[in-house]
Design a protein around this ligand. Structure first.
Ligand code: NDP
Ligand SMILES: N[C@@H](CC=O)C(=O)O
Length: 335
């Protein structure tokens, strides 16, 4: 059987990107058997250097960072790699959109598909970027940028296709769930809990983005945009910061046996969706109370369908990689 070559370039090769590269290469036989695709990792880049190999890079070459070409990043890297698909696992910047913005602006008008793990480009410029994608028939998948192993976008887009969704409430940031759980149930200090989230690889490169609600707000924007077709203004989302939670509030939750979580809320109004990010506490019998550690949770109400609760998809690097691999499967099935 002749296999169709699909060339993948990775922008951002840190904790998540490295794992994605290794996992993709380990699945090449599966992609050939299941999709008739010869999937090649034709390039990988970080902030300072990159590697390109038209025939495909092997794991050893990917891991030999000393051999990467200095300065081979950004548009120059993408032009040399000439991919069919980019996977962006770089950092977020909620002022500029981050490096992922330039990567998408380069790729989408050229008909190159994107799998987004970073969030800020879509959170700030999602409507315009999806316009570019639609004009050139590029596909954009963003499980990693929405809630990774909690399948929020897929659930809304596929399982509730066409539904009129009236409300979404979701604990989307594993770090804040983990931190609030640790300070309330284990009596940890905030600093110790954040340090533990960092050491587990679940916090953002800058954990302030988790704690101040930016991560949840960004995921809410991406979920609403991709699944409901409503691109909300990221900067207009009111958000509460975990850093503002007082000791007295923690003591009250502990006393009442409640489970706190930083949640994103989307509510349909007469004029569209309104969004906010806030710290809420759930009584023991609430389904969200079973979401311990970095486990995520989603409640959806949709006309005709009724109410749903999904609990799972804890934030871990492995779960994020699994979500990216799911996006790869969906993309290969679409091509
Ligand atoms: N950790 C998790 O569980 C999850 C993470 N994510 C998202 O994944 C992304 C990466 O997170 P993580 O791997 O933990 O972070 P890391 O800090 O480990 O990795 C970030 C990577 O981005 C690279 N980078 C920085 N600037 C650029 C640039 N201009 N061009 C190309 N690459 C660049 C860095 O390169 P260098 O090292 O050379 O500076 C590094 O390889 C983030 O956007 C995060 O929100 C999403 C879901 C879950
Ligand atoms: N920092 C994020 C990682 C995934 O998006 C989280 O804590 O969930």
């Amino acid at each position: 059987m002749t296999l169709r070559v699909v060339r993948v370039a990775l922008t951002g090769s840190g904790g998540i990107g490295s794992r994605v590269a290794v996992a993709l290469l380990a699945r090449r036989v599966r992609y050939a058997e299941r999709f008739g695709v010869d999937l090649r990792l034709v390039g990988a880049a970080g902030s300072r250097a990159g590697i390109v190999g038209s025939g495909g890079i092997a794991v050893g070459e990917f891991e030999d960072r000393a051999s990467w070409a200095l300065g081979l990043t950004g548009a120059a890297f993408l032009a040399e790699a000439a991919p069919d698909v980019i996977i962006d696992a770089g950092p977020n910047d909620y002022e500029t959109g981050g490096p992922g913005l330039a990567h998408l602006e380069w790729a989408l008008p050229r008909g190159i598909h994107a799998i987004m793990v970073s969030k800020s480009a879509l959170a700030l410029h999602g409507a315009r970027l999806l316009g570019l994608a639609s004009a050139s028939s590029s596909r954009v998948h963003a499980s990693g940028a929405s809630s990774a192993a909690l399948p929020a976008v897929d659930f809304l887009r596929h399982n509730l296709a066409g539904a009129s969704v009236t409300r979404v409430e979701a604990a989307l940031t594993g770090t804040t769930s983990f931190v609030l759980d640790a300070v309330t149930r284990q009596g940890s200090s905030l600093d110790a809990a954040v340090a533990e989230a960092i050491s587990r690889g679940i916090a953002e490169p800058d954990p302030t983005f988790d704690l101040d609600g930016s991560d949840t707000a960004a995921k809410l924007v991406v979920i609403a945009g991709l699944a409901l077709g409503e691109w909300l203004p990221f900067r207009g989302i009111t958000r509460e910061s975990v850093l503002e939670v007082t000791g007295a509030r923690v003591a009250a939750w502990r006393e009442a046996g409640e489970k706190p979580a930083l949640v994103g809320v989307l509510e349909r109004t007469a004029t569209g969706y309104e969004a906010r990010v806030e710290v809420r506490a759930y009584p023991r019998e609430h389904p969200f109370a079973s979401a311990t550690g970095s486990t995520k949770a989603l409640m959806v109400s949709a006309e005709g369908f009724g109410d749903y609760t999904l609990v799972g998809g804890a934030s871990t690097p492995e779960a994020t990689v699994a979500a990216v691999l799911k996006d790869v499967e969906h993309l290969l099935a679409e091509l």
